[in-house]
Design a protein around this ligand. Structure first.
Ligand code: LLP
Length: 423
């Protein structure tokens, strides 16, 4: 359930007409509903009520500080994967003791930043990272709290690019080899072993891979116990899928219940790293039709709707062939037409939808690209020197810009014509 609904043929976000926002902010823009963000966060988090747990929102999915600050107020933590995300999370008021740091390529500088901030856990992904972290911590005279991210070799049955828990993926440490690494880490002076973590992929629509992973983790924790290593934190990553089209993902409550059932006597604080399931359907992208055109040359007539948002604004369709529903902001009665919705970028791969039946639209109409809250704005780029879109949040009858549309000046910030060209 989300708060993007039609009232008298017009799309509203909570109690604000989307068209009114467009008038004030211009297009394209990302639009988030506070009520939906709240609801989705709580739907996830409350599933684990009564269990010792931390919901660490995956910052990469939607990293605007307004959104992070909202989750901080709901008691959320952060799952970060870069120094930049750590900066955002701290800036938004997320306590360091609720921040966990994942990712295969943490630099020395990033490790230092995490240690300075005093984060809860580093999810270490290789032996070399362990060595580096131990050295940096020793130079700083501190101890680094760690988990290892293990790779349980589970098929998440999702898109190949976002499947991470298989042995062939670059993530984590093969679970069979990890015990020795724990033993090694346990003997190190400047790291302290606290947990085990895994993340098997994103946009999962089945519960079974999560349960399979959890079973493997439980068996693994028992093996560690046999070696005298006790585990305080078990991190199950993110990955719960959402409805973009006709998917049937588990409700967060079902996911939580299945995990509860599997835990039985396990005594550890659970950590979750959900991203998409919280923000995906809490945000849309709004774009304006610039032109419509038809190419009659080929075998069959092809219709295009050219909009002012492109693959630089929302990459998912081009990159993953992902489906995003597209709806007119003001419902029209015209005969539907099968169209490609394309952006202004000079690439054939620049599309938001292909062969999609849409109600007839014309120049100046607004379209809402649905389910764009996760991996939408955060994956945007400046390709074709396009300033990144504005971001707006609605709360009941009010709305506020939470990120200004990028300016032309911002596009060339930091660039300079070298002195030797002037000579
Ligand atoms: N934890 C880790 C370690 C991750 O790598 C990810 C996502 C998450 C948590 C959050 O997963 P979620 O709950 O959002 O599924 N750009 C792709 C998705 C990439 C996901 C990367 N990792 C997309 O647009 O579908």
């Amino acid at each position: 359930m989300n708060h993007f609904q039609y009232k008298n043929g017009e799309l509203f976000c909570e109690d604000v007409a989307v068209a009114d926002i467009a008038k004030e902010v211009g297009t394209p823009f990302y639009l988030y509903s506070r009520a939906t963000l709240n609801r989705h966060f709580q739907a996830f988090d409350s599933g684990f009520e009564g269990l010792d747990h931390i919901t660490c929102f995956a910052v990469k999915s939607c990293s605007n500080v307004a959104i992070l600050s909202l989750f901080a107020r709901l008691g959320g933590g952060a799952d970060i994967v870069s120094g930049g995300e750590l900066f955002r999370a701290l800036h938004a008021g997320i306590g360091p003791k609720k921040i966990i740091y994942s990712g295969v390529g943490k630099t020395e500088e990033e490790l230092r930043y995490g240690l300075e901030a005093g984060i809860l856990l580093f999810n270490v992904e290789s032996e070399q990272e362990l060595q580096r972290l131990n050295r940096v911590a020793s130079e700083m005279g501190v101890t680094a709290p760690i988990s290892f991210r293990v790779n349980p070799d589970v098929d998440a049955k999702t898109h190949a690019y976002i499947s991470t828990g298989l042995a062939k993926n670059k993530f984590g440490i093969p679970i069979q080899e990890a015990v020795e690494l724990y033993v090694q880490a346990d003997a190190m002076e400047h790291v302290e072993v606290r947990g085990v973590s895994c993340h098997i992929g994103s946009q999962l629509t089945l519960i079974s891979p999560f349960i399979e992973a959890l079973r493997k983790i439980k068996a693994f924790v028992a093996r560690l116990g046999d070696r005298g290593i006790s585990i305080q934190y078990i991190d199950l990553g993110g990955g719960v899928g959402i409805i973009y089209d006709d998917e049937e993902p588990p409700h967060p409550k079902e996911y939580a219940d299945a995990i509860r059932e599997e835990l039985s006597d396990l005594k550890a604080t659970l950590i979750f790293e959900p991203g998409r399931v919280i923000v995906g359907n809490a945000g849309i992208m709004v774009t304006e039709v610039q032109y419509t055109k038809s190419n009659r040359g080929g075998e069959k007539e092809k219709h295009f709707v050219v909009v002012d948002a492109g693959m630089n604004d929302l990459t998912r369709p081009s990159l993953y062939g992902a489906f995003h529903a597209i709806q007119p902001v003001v419902e029209a009665d015209g005969d539907p037409l099968v169209v490609d919705v394309v952006g202004p970028i000079c690439e054939t791969g620049d599309f938001l939808a292909k062969d999609r039946e849409l109600p007839a639209v014309q120049q100046g109409d607004l379209l809402a690209v649905m389910s764009a809250g996760a991996y939408g704005f955060t994956m945007a780029s400046n390709y074709n020197s396009r300033p990144r879109a504005a971001e707006v949040m609605v709360d009941g009858e009010q709305f506020e810009i939470i990120r200004e549309r990028e300016s032309m000046e911002a596009l060339i910030r930091g660039e300079k014509i070298p002195g030797f060209l002037e000579k």
